[in-house]
Design a binder for this molecule. Structure first.
Ligand code: IMP
Length: 424
């Protein structure tokens, strides 16, 4: 019996929501292990669309759903999202939030916006307060979900925390000081709705492990946004890569695991930062419209580019990916010939690996292979169980470079638009 870690292999927006939703049907529990409400996991059920930002996608299948210690919990957003899923007809009874997870307060969003404004080269964050909340965690000034359990003690800690913000941070970022009494009242109302979900989820992880239950770990964002392995500083402040699933949940590195990477058949990126395989404006416009490439969280238009197998080879290696779900191949239909990057050249030399330096990434020249494209008819034929030659060649190339097996293809937005090609 295998547990499974699912992670994005690119810069997020690979279509993880749908794959996690499909793969969670045979899991007993689903755990989010990093990030926060910057994620936007879109799932379409019976023609109705829901976008989850913080809740594990397993909630849609009434699974045990854990927000792990590695997540920063935007308590305002979480309350809104709980109302949304209830309105969708889903009960969040099986939700648990780690007592060790850090709280993301509205002031973190204010700081995020102010920091972005003051930077010479802004990152283009989602302004969801992610960086400032993780900064509080790592500078050991944050408040955690466990602090909420004792109401009176929490109120005192919260007031001291807000006073510190007013005294030091608000002047530093030139933001308005908060009215401590009103703000405390608002936060305490959120606390009263949330505290029932706070659990020692690391112990629950241990119980799930020892009772042989199958767990699915749901990563958010993508490996190229990882704070260590991504295109720093144009990254998020957490670790989307699969190995962090253990740190972000308290689950032991033991037992059998499948590590599934979600790879979109082309590349997109929102926010700033290097993007070697970005397409021409005309191609990008066409792909953005066809693929609906607008941010699920921010609505921003995504930049689009060709599949970058040089980057994917690196990502596959650092995360130990063994299987790949290839998404949105239907969007490439009708594009004509397809380019796939297999190598970078830098100042006349080919590189051995995806470089750490963003200055280098800005300068590299991607080297492409050109493959025959496919048509809408090919996609239909794929849905009927045939494997068109052109799609097979694309998959073969991906497998060659990543050393992982493409086991699933997604060819449309709904739960049923998925083809299992494991036994090909
Ligand atoms: P932050 O995570 O809001 O701090 O944003 C940092 C970078 O990560 C920005 O480039 C964002 O656009 C990007 N980012 C954060 N979350 C996502 C996501 O879920 N999908 C795609 N990009 C994301």
């Amino acid at each position: 019996m295998k547990h499974r870690i699912i992670m994005g292999m690119q810069w997020g927006d690979e279509g993880k929501g749908k794959i996690v939703d499909v793969l969670s049907s045979d899991a007993d529990a689903v755990v989010r292990y990093q990030g926060g409400a910057n994620a936007g996991h879109t799932v379409v059920i019976d023609g109705r669309k829901i976008i989850l930002h913080l809740l594990p996608t397993g909630i849609l299948q009434n699974k045990i759903s854990i927000i792990g210690n590695g997540v920063v919990v935007d308590i305002e957003e979480l309350i809104n999202e709980l109302e949304e899923v209830r309105a969708f007809g889903i009960s969040p009874d099986k939700l648990m939030i780690s007592s060790r997870a850090h709280i993301l307060f509205p002031l973190h969003k204010t700081i995020d916006g102010a920091k972005e404004k003051s930077r010479k080269n802004s990152i283009g964050t989602t302004k969801r307060g992610i960086g400032p909340a993780y900064a509080d965690k790592f500078s050991r000034t944050g408040l955690r979900m466990c602090d909420m359990l004792d109401r009176d003690a929490f109120e005192k800690k919260l007031k001291a925390y807000l006073e510190n913000y007013n005294d030091y941070l608000a002047p530093h970022y030139s933001t308005e000081p908060l009215d401590i009494e009103t703000h405390t009242e608002t936060i305490m109302e959120l606390r009263d709705k949330l505290y029932i979900y706070i659990k020692d989820t690391d112990i629950i992880a241990r119980d799930l492990y020892s009772s042989g239950r199958r767990v699915l770990f749901e990563g958010a964002q993508g490996a190229l946004l990882d704070i260590d392995f991504g295109t720093y500083p144009y990254v998020t402040s957490s670790h989307p890569i699969a190995p962090y699933a253990f740190c972000g949940s308290g689950f032991p590195i033991a037992g059998d695991f499948n590590i599934t990477g979600i790879m979109k058949a082309y590349t997109t990126r929102v926010g700033a930062g290097p993007f070697p395989t970005r397409m021409s404006e005309r191609e990008e416009q066409a792909l953005r419209d066809r693929g609906g490439e607008f941010g699920a969280t921010t609505g921003r238009g995504r930049n689009c580019g060709w599949l970058d197998l040089f980057a994917m080879k690196y990502v596959s290696f650092i995360s130990g990916i063994d299987s790949i779900a290839l998404t949105k191949i239907d969007i490439l239909a009708g594009m004509g010939e397809l380019k796939v990057c297999t190598q970078y050249r830098y100042r006349g030399e080919t590189l051995k690996t995806f470089p750490a330096s963003t200055d280098m990434l800005d300068e590299v020249e991607p080297l492409y292979k050109t493959l025959d494209g496919w048509t809408d008819n090919d996609i239909r034929s794929l849905g009927e169980g045939n494997m068109p030659r052109t799609i097979k060649a694309y998959i073969d190339l991906i497998e060659d470079y990543t050393d992982a097996k493409v086991t699933m293809i997604s060819n449309g937005p709904s739960r049923k638009d998925i083809i299992n090609i494991e036994d090909r």
